[in-house]
Design a protein around this ligand. Structure first.
Ligand code: HEM
Length: 184
């Protein structure tokens, strides 16, 4: 069940309809993205800080919140630059971000609302800055691709761990999941 991050990236691009026009628009607005990244980080960490469980995670270690702010700003900017035209380096980086969150025990219930906060905050900022709606759509699409990476990492890592521990085949595992879902 090991995920090929590069293939996953191109599948997501097609599935989410992230186009060449979206990429051009994002690159043209990369400086603006850099300018607002810190403000977006404020929204993001204020939001996480208001949730008791998420606040405990982000403040669990000395200096973590500071480090997180920096990584968020970098992550946000990379959505605009695409790093290597949203290629293999971009996919590897997104996969790595997914794995980091799985290691810390951050699941879909945390990540989905957090990404919604980013989409919402950037949407409001776009409006206030008089930016085109097409830019909002492009950003929404790349945010969804990034979200898909983090979510998929969760599934891939949990499945791989179960398979390794039990020695089950992938087919058996899938059947057990389907049976489990049926009985709920
Ligand atoms: C939109 C969703 C999110 C994005 C884009 C995001 C982005 C990132 C990035 C770029 C990193 C650095 C990864 C690395 O070291 O390679 C990171 C690490 C981390 N994130 Fe997130 N994150 C998201 C959601 C969350 C949520 C919901 C939480 C908490 C509940 C969280 C807590 C953490 C923690 C604790 C780390 C590790 C920090 C450390 O180095 O100690 N993240 N995140």
């Amino acid at each position: 069940m090991a995920l090929n991050a590069h293939e996953f990236m191109s599948t997501m691009e097609k599935r989410i309809a992230f186009t060449g026009e979206d990429k051009t628009l994002l690159k043209e607005n990369a400086d603006w993205g850099k300018e607002i990244a810190s403000e977006m980080a404020d929204h993001f960490y204020d939001y996480l800080g208001r949730d008791a469980e998420m606040s405990a995670i982000i403040n669990a270690k000395e200096g973590r919140i500071h480090r997180l702010r920096e990584t968020f700003v970098q992550w946000f900017y990379e959505m605009f630059t695409g790093m290597d035209e949203w290629g293999n380096a971009y996919a590897d980086r997104r996969w790595r971000i997914g794995l980091v969150h799985v290691q810390i025990g951050i699941g879909p219930q945390h990540v989905v609302p957090a990404m919604a906060i980013v989409v919402n905050a950037v949407g409001q900022k776009l409006k206030a800055s008089g930016k085109d709606e097409a830019l909002r759509d492009a950003l929404g699409r790349i945010c969804m691709i990034d979200l898909a990476f983090i979510e998929q990492a969760y599934v891939e890592v949990s499945s791989a761990a179960v398979l390794k521990e039990t020695g089950w085949t992938e087919g058996l595992f899938r059947r057990l999941i389907a049976t489990g879902a049926n009985s709920m």
